[in-house]
Design a protein around this ligand. Structure first.
Ligand SMILES: Cc1cc2nc3c(=O)[nH]c(=O)nc-3n(C[C@H](O)[C@H](O)[C@H](O)COP(=O)(O)OP(=O)(O)OC[C@H]3O[C@@H](n4cnc5c(N)ncnc54)[C@H](O)[C@@H]3O)c2cc1C
Ligand SMILES: NC(=O)c1ccc[n+]([C@@H]2O[C@H](COP(=O)([O-])OP(=O)(O)OC[C@H]3O[C@@H](n4cnc5c(N)ncnc54)[C@H](O)[C@@H]3O)[C@@H](O)[C@H]2O)c1
Length: 494
């Protein structure tokens, strides 16, 4: 490990080069070096810390928390909350460190990890070229491994006029500086639902969501999207399911900077002919991996798509197991915590292989339970498989559901609590393979499901994990009781 790490040090060889310095990349560098004697450099084109810190998770959650507090207050007699938009945006700016990565640089240097600023591309096995912000080029070599953590970018569907209208992407909507009065969002996934929640909460007067498919939050249990849709409709949001945008026209589009309205009125024409006028349009229609301009062809890997990896996050089809991919680029689970998990696995594997040992820590167990929380109102939390995915995987499935409004723990949280929970069980092993919780205050419940799934805890043992009263965790007890009743009824009927 470097004795004195530096920014843009005057050297050209390290044991490990990490392309992209998001949180996952930082973890890969740390885990590869911390006990191994190896050294590492992070090559970062933008801000060290990546999307999550400045443009995604952190600013979005910073905007959603005040909206959630205000919604809770509205639903509790005797309490009131006033939204001070300027103060909320100012706190968001603090959360993103005013788009300054000095603290992340300090962390990297403190951990003995070097940082090179610039855009990196592979030029051959273990060889990387970095184009620096001033246009100069540096050639770096990795003695052991290169890790790709270059993330993903918003997908902009090829709708006539859409790109020309300079729509807001996730970077604009998380870093908004003004609240447009009328907004159309293209998409019905996680980004769209969370953004709709904070935009409406911050005062957008007319909000329309246009999305393919019948439900919001595709990929989750259908009741999750239904409960979020019910709430958005109740809050006056117009939902257009099963629709797409056929054409976009904008008066005087101009690049005014991130988070500022990008021009004049937007006219959005849906595929059924409906016309919606708006002040801004937000594209939240999925992500594309940043692999198109990485020089991957120089090592025999096609660029542009997700990078296929093995259980240690090594890129398949590359001889010598020196190229790894972590985070969104490997397409396994587009979530910060999963990227960081993959980074820990890749880092351990690099350190083990450098010592001539076989890596031992596989990334497969963690991917059985991929947890996710969507911070809408109600929150949606899940781990593992939905019923549909479990059936598709050939698992003999048993399910149980419970209306969370029936809990003492939820009754004290909100006057009008809406929520639901579901477990998906593998009948053969009588263990949980999937769990979904929808409702206020469920976010911290998800990890209990993750532990149950990863640990393959039998249902019989879960009976002895007693939840505290009165908390939302009592969902577990009610689900087990409901399951027990259904099993008794089935046995009696048989
Ligand atoms: C609005 C929004 C909210 C989200 N909220 C959550 C959430 O609450 N929880 C959660 O788990 N996930 C959330 N996500 C997803 C999460 O942000 C991503 O999964 C995560 O940021 C992906 O991390 P990554 O390591 O793949 O790289 P990224 O965070 O995408 O970063 C990649 C980095 O690589 C750099 N880079 C790219 N190409 C090069 C190159 N050639 N050379 C050098 N540097 C390069 C970029 O500048 C960037 O800093 C959210 C996403 C969005 C859009
Ligand atoms: N809280 C969190 O964990 C969190 C928050 C935000 C984002 N994320 C991650 O970011 C990733 C990207 O999220 P996302 O919401 O951009 O993508 P997504 O894939 O979740 O949803 C895309 C949505 O856009 C719709 N869509 C796509 N093209 C369309 C078109 N041409 N016309 C109409 N509708 C169209 C889809 O039907 C879908 O509703 C997710 O995989 C998620 O894991 C996580």
């Amino acid at each position: 490990m470097s004795e004195t790490a530096a920014v843009d040090p005057d050297r050209d060889e390290w044991d490990v080069i990490v392309l992209g310095g998001a949180a996952a990349g930082e973890n890969a560098a740390l885990y590869a070096t911390q006990f191994s004697g190896l050294d590492a450099v992070l090559v970062e084109a933008g801000l060290l810390g990546g999307e999550c810190s400045y443009w995604a998770c952190m600013p979005s959650k910073g905007l959603l928390r005040p909206v959630e507090v205000a919604a809770s207050a509205r639903d509790l007699p005797g309490v009131s909350a006033r939204m001070d938009v300027a103060a909320v945006l100012a706190r968001r700016d603090t959360i993103v460190n005013h788009l300054d990565d000095a603290s992340q640089i300090k962390w990297a240097l403190g951990a003995g990890i070097d940082v090179v600023r610039g855009y990196g591309r592979l030029t051959g096995p273990r060889a990387v070229t970095v184009t620096r912000p001033d246009g100069s080029v540096r050639r770096l070599t990795a003695r052991e491994a290169v890790v790709v953590d270059t993330g993903s970018a918003p997908a902009v569907p090829p709708v006539p006029g859409l790109a020309e209208a300079l729509p807001w992407t996730s970077q604009d909507v998380t870093n908004l500086h003004e609240v447009p009065a009328r907004v159309v969002i293209l998409g019905g996934g996680v980004v769209a639902c969370e953004a709709a929640t904070w935009l409406r909460g911050l005062g957008v007067a007319e909000l329309t969501l246009v999305y393919r498919g019948e439900g919001l939050l595709p990929g989750q249990e259908p009741f999750a999207g239904e409960l979020v849709a019910e709430r958005l409709r109740r809050d006056g949001v117009r939902l257009c399911p099963g629709r797409t945008i056929a054409r976009v026209d904008r008066e005087n589009p101009r690049d005014t900077g991130k988070g500022w309205t990008h021009g004049g009125e937007v006219t959005v024409r849906l595929d059924d002919g409906t016309v919606v006028a708006a002040d801004e349009i937000v594209v939240a229609a999925g992500r594309v991996p940043n692999t198109g301009d990485l020089g991957l062809d120089s090592v025999g890997v096609p660029g542009g798509g997700f990078l296929e990896v093995d259980e240690f996050q090594a890129v398949r089809g590359v001889d010598g197991e020196w190229l790894y991919a972590i985070g969104d680029v490997c397409g396994r689970a587009l979530l910060t915590h999963m990227g960081k998990y993959q980074a820990r696995v890749a880092g351990e594997a690099i350190a083990a292989r450098a010592r001539g040992r076989k890596p031992e820590v596989s990334a497969e167990p963690g991917h059985r339970a991929v947890p996710q929380v969507t911070f809408t109102d109600p929150e949606v939390g899940s781990a593992g498989l939905t019923e549909r995915r479990a059936r598709a995987a050939g698992i003999e499935v048993e399910t149980v559901e419970y209306d969370l409004a029936g809990l003492a723990g939820t009754y004290v949280l909100r006057e009008d609590y809406r929520g639901r929970a579901k477990l998906v069980l593998d009948k053969e092993s009588d263990t949980i393979v999937g769990a979904t919780f929808v409702g206020a205050g469920i976010a911290e419940l998800v990890h209990s499901a993750t532990v149950a799934i990863v640990g393959r805890i039998p249902v019989a043992a879960l009976w002895h994990a007693v939840p505290s009263y009165p908390t939302v965790s009592e969902a577990w007890l009610r689900l087990l009781e409901t399951l027990n009743t259904a099993r008794h009824q089935r046995n009696q009927g048989a």
